[in-house]
Design a protein around this ligand. Structure first.
Ligand SMILES: [Zn+2]
Length: 154
């Protein structure tokens, strides 16, 4: 059973700027496209407005999209270039390729070719991991500086 999305977003917004996101929230964001989209939209909205955002308590896609449409009519939230699912799929495909190469008895290749293959492969994996972390880091560290509306305290 998935964690409640509203509960997760509530918890996420309570974090201080720069604070590490707890593992349960991170896990939810990895598996929940809806929450990732909301966070991405809020960050873009904040970047565009250059001011701390007041996030309404009853938050939904529609309200954020409405705000985005006001701030920047040209904004499209389909900007996310590569989804996390594709990243994971790519990583698994790379590992399977390496395993297939290893099991194929090196296709009769010489030792030098095998070594250069593995060196190249290690380089690819390193670059892949660095790119993955670099492009998805924003999900794992909270960057939004949010102000809780005063009415929330009632
Ligand atoms: Zn969610």
């Amino acid at each position: 059973m998935k964690r409640n999305c509203d509960e997760v977003m509530e918890k996420y917004l309570m974090l201080d700027k720069g604070e590490r996101v707890p593992i349960d929230i991170t896990l939810h964001l990895i598996t929940c496209n809806k929450c990732r989209k909301q966070i991405r939209m809020m960050k873009t909205a904040e970047k565009i407005s250059k001011a701390p955002l007041s996030i309404p308590v009853a938050m939904n896609d529609f309200s954020i999209e409405a705000v985005m449409a006001k701030i920047d009519p040209n904004y499209s939230y389909s900007k996310n270039p590569i989804s996390i699912t594709k990243w994971i799929f790519g990583g698994v495909a790379m590992i399977l390729f390496m395993l297939a190469f290893g099991l194929s008895n090196y296709c009769g290749a010489s030792k030098a070719i095998v070594i250069s293959f593995y060196t190249l492969f290690a380089g690819c994996v390193t670059a892949y991991c660095a790119m993955f972390v670099g492009t998805n880091m924003d999900f794992f560290v909270k960057l939004i500086n949010t102000k809780r509306p005063l009415s929330k305290a009632v």
